[in-house]
Design a protein around this ligand. Sequence first.
Ligand code: GLU
Length: 437
Amino acid sequence: MTPEQARQAQATVERALGGAEVNPYEMFRAQVDLAGQKLGYPADILELVKRPERVVEVSIPVRMDDGRIEVFTGYRVQHSSARGPYKGGIRYHPSVTLDEVKALAGWMAWKCAVVDIPLGGGKGGIVCDPTRMSEGELERLTRRYTAMILPVIGPQHDIPAPDVNTNSRIMNWVMDTATALRGEPMYGVVTGKDLAVGGARGRREATGRGVVIVMEELLAQLGKRIAGTRVAVQGFGNVGSVAAQLLHEKGAKVVGVSDVSGALYHPEGLDIPALVAHVARSPQRWIAGYTAPGVEALPGPEVLTLDVEVLVPAALEGQITADNASRIQAQVIVEGANGPTTPEADLILEARGRVVAPDILANAGGVIVSYFEWVQNLQNFYWDEEETHERLASLLRRAFRGVWDHAQKHGVSLRTSAFMLGLERIVEAIRLRGIFP
Ligand code: GLU
């Protein structure tokens, strides 16, 4: 980036964020604006693609175990159907907000466009703390939420999936509820289900596997390889723990990991299989309480600024900010989470020569295998694990090379390159379809 380009980017980010505290939807809008500016797209088109097509808010009554009725707030945001049915996960978290779900829905539309699968973008969320709910309460919450959004979801319309704090068990309930209410099998209404009820082999590990594939491709471009590389992973859920395990198998030294309970550090690399076994035994599925010779406990946020070559933020959005971006030591950042880096932090990292594999590419493995699951549901024909792995790797490698070459050609960051490619594809679909009426 030339100094003039840097000034221009800074001005766009400041205008889009309006000096406000960073809000994920404003982050998304700023990212689209930066890409739109590079492509010279007019303001009306950009406004159209930044706005969600439909927002649904529901008040979900749940009979709690103690007999009380609690009313939870839930959302389903349908960002774009220009390239195909809406697609995206459902998040259960106390800090869910409408603007967060709107951002996540927009990122899904871009993610599907960047990896070029025929799906649009959507996202759902419920404001709740699943760690404080019983299995029965979670099931009743999920089934009632499904019933309330059923008018807007469906295998040809909008297909939810897992996200933060949701898993295959919850997806099974979504499928079963839709099936019961519609009175016909509805396997393709949701992805991320268990194998016995229409799930796809390899879906659970797909996001973490994709993170590692993208990391491998990026390191290769930089003349490096995974074996021997020092890595830190923020978040030890479905994305972080699988990525850490695969990296460990490939000979990387995963020296630091963190989750909501804190961080662990070992200068020679943590024993990831032992840590995974500890988490599986822990009632809350936390890394806290794990001990081994040479392992040090650190405050959670310190995992971001460890002395490593590669950092994998795989927790929530807004983690790498203007406050800590100048202290990040990693040369390479591979985003397993959605929206972990704010646009201001991006500019700081770029000025410091750090390379970021953006979320909409790096964590796309999950939705790619969701796409495979949906295709298998529609055909009622199921693939073996090897086929899934091969197709995932070839799709993601092709997408990585597209984003990399486009970035070199235009002299932009990988994020701006990915946003430009996604924007071009979404706008092309809108142009071909035309504006109704
Ligand atoms: N929640 C995942 C994501 O953010 C997966 C979405 C899906 O599979 O539809 O990409």
